[in-house]
Ligand binder design. Structure first.
Ligand SMILES: Cc1ncc(COP(=O)(O)O)c(C=O)c1O
Length: 377
């Protein structure tokens, strides 16, 4: 008999989603049809945003925000080195310079106390990322952006459905965006969406995603250099079906996280995720950290051991600033962002999805404890 293997993530797909997608296929209207507007409306009602522009990935969402804001060569964008690579790649793709700010050791987002010293006459925007969906610090970042007349872009790819201090994640900035890869809280297969209260920004993003077309002119009338970043009606129908089950999915994920915390909280070798106060949290991943007694090498050994025991685990996130193509051109040295480097070397993302059963969580925790026992100190 094969030993069980527990995946790192899994989408939550029911007959409802299958039916919604099948209906689109039968309708013959596969793109720019009624499902696109329906999906955008559903995201607007979840977040309270005035405008939503669906695109084919979270990365495309960020790219269009930066383009629509006019961020270009010569501009600097302040961001975190503790994120998924796309957050920073896109700054480089528009020709701007990423300027990193180290993270808070407990909450893992940019430390707002360190932002002001990085602002120069070239700074155009702050791109805040909610690492693992945690919005901690965004209110303070918003205050800094406003007081220094900087644009604020919220990379909320991992935070859909989180409400912090009564404001939905994605709504603190001039624009926010979500991602819908199948490891996210909800999926469209691939996809993303921009949210904003700025009508002009939304109009530009809508034009940019559709080959630079103007909304009221013909198919072959283009008013700017554009892209094909459209999200098909097939993806949108899947997204709307997922959103109709959002509370159920959010709750199941919260239960799984609660169960992990209950099982692992007393293990002194581990640091549990830290959530801020006044936060209705939508869990994206479950990432524990090893204490500072452990090295990067030991963490990596632990990941290998877990995988060989059938538990898929990952090292979310290696420091972005140490990726060779970022480190060398920006002249960054190892040790520049010590908190990020220290945290990154000790994270362990455990299997996490809404249909994770209690006995699977028991299995993961048992294997984690066993593998930790086997790690030398
Ligand atoms: C923080 C963050 N930003 C951006 C992205 C990019 O989203 P996508 O993979 O849909 O392009 C992701 C995706 O995982 C992410 O986690």
């Amino acid at each position: 008999m094969n030993s069980p293997r527990i995946e790192l993530s899994a989408p939550d797909i029911t007959e409802k989603e299958i039916q919604a997608v099948t209906e689109v296929l039968r309708s013959g209207k596969l793109s720019l049809g009624p499902r696109l507007a329906e999906f955008e409306e559903a995201v607007k009602s979840l977040t309270g945003a005035k405008y939503a522009v669906a695109v084919n990935s979270g990365t495309s969402g960020l790219f269009l925000c930066l383009k629509a804001m006019g961020i270009a060569p010569g501009d600097e964008v302040i961001t975190t080195p503790f994120t998924f690579i796309a957050s920073v790649n896109v700054i480089l793709q528009v020709g701007a310079k990423p300027v990193f700010v180290d993270i808070h050791p407990d909450y893992l987002n940019m430390n707002p106390d360190l932002i002001e010293e990085q602002i120069t006459s070239n700074t155009k925007a702050i791109e805040a990322v909610h690492a693992f969906g945690n919005p901690w610090g965004i209110d303070e970042v918003q205050r800094i952006a406003r007081s220094r007349d900087l644009l604020l872009i919220e990379d909320s790819c991992e935070a859909i459905g989180t409400v912090y201090k009564n404001i939905p994640a994605g709504m603190f900035g001039d624009a926010g965006f979500f991602a819908f890869y199948p490891n996210k809280q909800i999926t469209t297969g691939e996809g993303g969406i921009i949210i904003t209260n700025n009508e002009l920004l939304a109009d530009i993003c809508r034009s940019l995603r559709n080959q630079g077309r103007s909304p009221n002119a013909g198919w072959l009338s283009h008013e700017r250099v554009g892209y094909n970043f459209r999200l098909s009606d097939i993806n949108c129908a899947l997204g709307t079906a997922q959103l109709s089950r959002f509370e159920e999915i959010k709750q199941k994920r919260a239960q799984a996280a609660g169960k992990y915390i209950e099982k692992l909280n007393s293990d002194k070798r581990l640091i549990m995720p830290e959530l801020p106060e006044d936060c209705n949290f939508s869990w994206f991943v479950f990432v524990v950290r090893l204490t500072e007694d452990y090295s990067l090498k030991q963490r990596n050994e632990l990941l290998d051991m877990l995988r060989s025991e059938g538990v898929c685990a990952s090292n979310y996130f290696p420091p972005v600033h140490l990726q060779p193509f970022i480190k060398a051109p920006l002249g960054i040295k190892e040790g520049c962002f010590p908190v990020t480097e220290s945290v990154s070397s000790r994270t362990v993302a455990l299997p996490f999805y809404s249909s994770l059963r209690d006995e699977q969580i028991d299995f993961v925790c048992e294997k984690l404890s066993l593998c930790l026992d086997r790690l030398y100190l």
